[in-house]
Design a protein around this ligand. Sequence first.
Ligand SMILES: NC(=O)c1ccc[n+]([C@@H]2O[C@H](COP(=O)([O-])OP(=O)(O)OC[C@H]3O[C@@H](n4cnc5c(N)ncnc54)[C@H](OP(=O)(O)O)[C@@H]3O)[C@@H](O)[C@H]2O)c1
Length: 305
Amino acid sequence: MRKIELSKTGLMVPDIAIGCMNYCGKEEKEIEVLVKTAMEMGANFFDHADIYGGGESERKFASAINMNGELRSKMILQSKCAIVPHQRYDFSKEHILKSVDGTLQRLRTDYLDVLLLHRPDTLFDEEVAEAFAELKKSGKVRFFGVSNHNPMQMQLLEKITGEKLVANQLQFGVAHSEMIANGINVNMKTPSANVKDGAVLEYCRLTDTTIQAWGPVRGTVKGKTIFNDENCTDLLKKLEEVGKEYGLSKEATAIAWILRHPANMQAILGTTNADRLKDYLTASGVKIDRQHWYDIYAAAGNNLP
Ligand SMILES: NC(=O)c1ccc[n+]([C@@H]2O[C@H](COP(=O)([O-])OP(=O)(O)OC[C@H]3O[C@@H](n4cnc5c(N)ncnc54)[C@H](OP(=O)(O)O)[C@@H]3O)[C@@H](O)[C@H]2O)c1
């Protein structure tokens, strides 16, 4: 696996991470195979959240592999907090500390490598700084980041907490590339020129913040992937055609397309199928050329002025 440095932390992480959101619906035997497959291929970065399956994904993950100190030391574990089902978002000190304790217990570990604030809480205040300071001091969290945040929100959090945010986890993939579209269509009349995210891609590059691409193969319609979305027929043909040039499947090519961007993103896979996982991981380290990258972008229906 190709490794990238997570922000400027010195922590080297695989450019493809394993998303564990759907582990809650799986048998522990299946999870064990998934985690072992990933580890054997060098994909030792696992992405969790306190809300995945109401905590079941974290619990089953650790139980399935019988988590112990030796295994833990070979892994990089990330989790998220601050979405509260039915109530919404909570960056209060009490909530963050309680959430991390729950995650640590379920994952059977005493520290997280990375904690992300899952979605912005517009009511956040200085309490988030107190929470980060306490988590750092106790050794429960090594690095902090965010998910689904814009650059101003990131700056504000950094000002208040004094912590450099190491990652921003954002939806990104061949069929969801908004953060690229507005940069390509600068000053045009087309809707894709609208900057909806505060130029988060460029901001993360400027500040050496790692972008983690969630939903890498989601389609254009909710609940669909690019593989069963009728809007993605041309895209799939192009992925297959380009993939052949690099000895990759169309699926792995969709991930190679994300990794090709010089922002040095980390793709977060959501598959719970071990064969698919193996195939996706072959995208690591494959650099598709500029023309192929733009061909895929255009085949996804994007405007190239
Ligand atoms: N920060 C956030 O707000 C946020 C939001 C959502 C997710 N996430 C994180 O990002 C990770 C990935 O997100 P995601 O699950 O949306 O990712 P994804 O990889 O785009 O989608 C995964 C889904 O696509 C299916 N799939 C994948 N490849 C397929 C193929 N070749 N053919 C048919 N179906 C296929 C999977 O089914 P199979 O399991 O059957 O392969 C699974 O249902 C999550 O696990 C989570 O860790 C973060």
